[in-house]
Design a protein around this ligand. Structure first.
Ligand SMILES: [Zn+2]
Length: 386
């Protein structure tokens, strides 16, 4: 009974507080001493409840509207954390001259199957980027090369079902089916809400009020320092607080970065990249810390339809939480690797990356420490970078 009465009084107080501008008018109307007395009682009751931490939502709301300026100021000064996940080569199709196994998996198991086991990580972060190594097209105009990858447009839903928001298209397979193949791929990704980056095309994403830019360069077809510098400058001008630069580079099946990778990766950081992501070797390479930023030299394969049984199935998700304060990126960053296998089987590719645990996880952490030796990065047993 007492609580109910108090509740009513709080509501009355809330109504009065939410209209502070009409206080004078209210005062004249409330000339009646009895009403004044009731209000005073309500104020006293509220004070007691506030002290006890029992103030109802009505009162809390009224208090919040009473001081909008102070609330906004507090919010602006608060640092914003943005978590970005990155994974390697995703080839969501096949080279039908060899096999069509991946397409068979899609038809039997559906789109959600492929990234099902990593989705909890990707769904929890703010943004996920992968290297999209292939095309989504019906074009028959196959380029003259050993491996050409394509899948039907519906395969794009593997990314949307897996909570992937950004795809790098700067690689040596985006033109496997000519200009039309690339245009079809871009149109499909766009239609599904997946942003893409490639050379001068920068993908922008805004999360929690922070603008993030994704740039991608294919070193294999040649990229100049001037292009890298111009791209990063453009992203800065567009007010991106976080700038992620992907490079398709290196030598296939090589575990250590070539000198061109080191040169370009460090150069991108010097120009203002917040993080450099690498791919193409199809295997993992080390992580370097350079000027307080990370260069992930190769993320390896991830959801890879291009090979039904890659010998080295080790892969990982690289994840970094960036802190942005007053629109500027702080140096205090938090990064980790999530050791994975690209397959559920050791003897075949099930095209379903899974997070490693126990001894397998331990072995991959050990491998990353070996590959990152001399690069200023140590990976703790839980995957944290230190
Ligand atoms: Zn490649």
């Amino acid at each position: 009974m007492i609580l109910r009465t108090m509740g009513k009084r709080i509501s009355a107080m809330g109504a009065a507080a939410s209209a502070p501008c009409s206080a004078a008018a209210t005062a004249s109307v409330l000339a009646n001493q009895v009403v004044r007395g009731a209000l005073a009682l309500a104020v006293a009751a509220c004070a007691v409840l506030l002290a006890l931490g029992l103030a109802g939502p009505a009162f809390a709301e009224a208090a919040a509207t009473a001081k909008p300026a102070a609330t906004a100021a507090t919010k602006a000064a608060k640092p914003v954390e943005i978590t970005i996940s990155a994974a390697g080569d995703c080839t969501l199709g096949v080279d039908s001259r060899y096999n069509s196994v991946f397409n068979g998996y899609y038809n039997r198991k559906g789109a959600a199957y492929f990234l099902k086991k990593v989705r909890p990580v990707f769904a929890k972060d703010d943004l996920t980027i992968v290297n999209f190594e292939g095309t989504l097209t019906t074009s028959k105009n196959r380029a003259r090369k050993s491996f050409t990858f394509k899948g039907p447009a519906k395969h794009a839903s593997i990314l949307t079902k897996g909570s992937v928001e950004v795809a790098n298209l700067a690689n040596n397979h985006s033109r496997d089916f000519g200009a039309k193949g690339l245009a079809d791929t871009k149109r499909t990704l766009k239609k599904r809400g997946i942003a893409y980056c490639q050379n001068s095309t920068i993908a922008y994403k805004t999360v929690k009020g922070v603008k993030v830019a994704f740039l991608g360069f294919n070193e294999l077809s040649g990229v100049t320092k001037a292009q890298i510098k111009a791209g990063i400058k453009k992203a800065k001008k567009a007010k991106a607080a976080i700038i992620i630069v992907s490079f398709h580079w290196g030598i296939e099946r090589d575990y250590y970065p070539a000198s061109v990778q080191k040169k370009l990766g460090r150069y991108a950081i010097s120009c203002g990249a917040s993080l450099v992501l690498g791919h193409h070797p199809h295997v993992l390479q080390g992580i370097e810390e350079y000027k307080g930023r990370y260069i992930v030299y190769s993320l390896g394969n991830f959801c890879f339809g291009g090979n039904t049984n890659p010998k080295d199935k080790d892969t990982m998700i690289f994840q970094q939480t960036f802190t942005v304060k007053n629109g500027k990126l702080t140096k205090k960053d938090d990064a980790r690797i999530i050791p994975c296998s690209l397959s559920g089987s050791k003897s075949t590719n099930t095209f379903q990356p899974r997070i490693l645990k126990g001894a397998e996880k331990k072995a991959l952490v050990k491998k990353m420490n070996r590959l990152s030796r001399g690069m200023g990065v140590k990976v703790a047993s839980n995957g944290r970078l230190k």
